[in-house]
Design a protein around this ligand. Sequence first.
Ligand code: TGC
Ligand code: FAD
Length: 390
Amino acid sequence: PDLFQAPDYYNLDELLTDEHKMVRDAAREWVKREVSPIIEDYAQKAEFPTQIIKGLADIGAFGPYIPEEYGGAGLDQISYGLIMQEIERGDSGVRSTASVQSSLVMYPIWKYGTEEQRKKYLPKLASGEFMGCFGLTEPDYGSNPGGMITNYKDMGDHYLLNGAKMWISNAPFADVAVVWAKNEEGRIHGLIVERGMEGFTTPETHNKWSLRASATGELIFDNVKVPKENLLPNKTGLGAPLGCLDSARYGIAWGAIGAAMDCYDTALRYAKERVQFDKPIAATQLQQKKLAEMITEITKAQLLTWRLGVLRNEGKATTAQISMAKRNNVDMALTIAREARQMLGGMGITGEYSIMRHMMNLESVITYEGTHDIHLLITGMDVTGHAAFK
Ligand code: TGC
Ligand code: FAD
């Protein structure tokens, strides 16, 4: 009853099924109970709250759309999106952990792995017993992952993996890493690397002003012997990791709406209560302009993601359509966070309110999973037929 009343200006709830609403409300209730009360403290401490892992699993945030036979929640893409929206209303860093686990670790094992790999890893990842990370980015290859130099050699009875990955979410505590590396012919393959393998280390990246409640690190491979059965056999080439990114970027498009909703809601409440010059600041034209634009942009973003969810359910969403939604919605959320922060005046810079934390988090979200510029170039390529990044 006293759950967060999310902005729904165009009655989009009418487009949702009872299952969608049930899944969303369960996630909303859990975020209110388990995430919102503690997250500011963990962000200030720059620590991931490991005690929430079980709760994330319980609300279906680990593998929402992975079939139940592998421990997933067996939900559709709109439910997946709504879960990401609710989690990111709490914190983008917590949503990052769920995105990585679901779309970047469970998805490739499900789609590109063997039946043995699915049975071995997916149920444990779904329950949170295993946590995973995804190693694509390297120090010299961020926007251009196809240039990666991490590589493995066939040694007969095992593979020998060498190289390094950087900026890897969940790396410091992950039990398993899905790592993208080139074979001797230069073809990209996915390998499952497990903590404890000799020569594999995961140093944490410190001094972040963004996503402070999410652990980020490097993956270093120094002659790591990887068993041959840990290779993901069913898809190779850059298209394999890019397929995972389609799924994660889709979830981020929904997640960003959650962060934007929280900023809008906080600013609206504050503006109604804060009196200056003998009237609430909400009664001034300038602050109304900000609020009116925020709710307009949130509503447009909701429509974009809802339609994209329908296309994903039908298996018809293109990479370029996903790029447009990721780019638009994250930029929308960051703009709203910046405007909302100003509306709170000095209070806006404190941890008493969530806005500054969202704003700083979104600086990572607008950079990872393809930067704002790269997504623009993907749209540009789609409409012109020319790849301007080459
Ligand atoms: P390009 O030549 O376009 O494509 C290479 C091959 O891949 C195929 N392909 C796809 N296949 C499946 N799904 C897709 N979405 C695909 N997109 C492309 C394509 O057909 C081709 O196949 P083939 O057989 O001809 O080889 O590749 P490119 O090298 O020109 O690069 C394109 C570009 C720039 C768009 C791409 O590299 C890109 O998206 N760069 C951005 C990198 C990125 O997003 N990194 C994200 C790292 S993971 C992360 O940030 C996690 S944060 C998580 C969190 O905490 O939430
Ligand atoms: P660069 O590629 O060096 O880009 C620098 C700037 O140049 C950007 O503004 C970019 O838009 C621009 N640029 C690049 N190429 C072009 C071009 N052709 N034309 C015009 N402009 C261009 N990666 C993973 O693999 N796994 C993870 O779990 C993960 N988690 C992350 C968590 C955090 C907190 C962060 C910050 C990053 C994470 N990343 C992860 C890495 C992320 O995906 C990369 O940072 C991102 O893809 C950009 O790469 P880069 O940082 O090397 O920037």
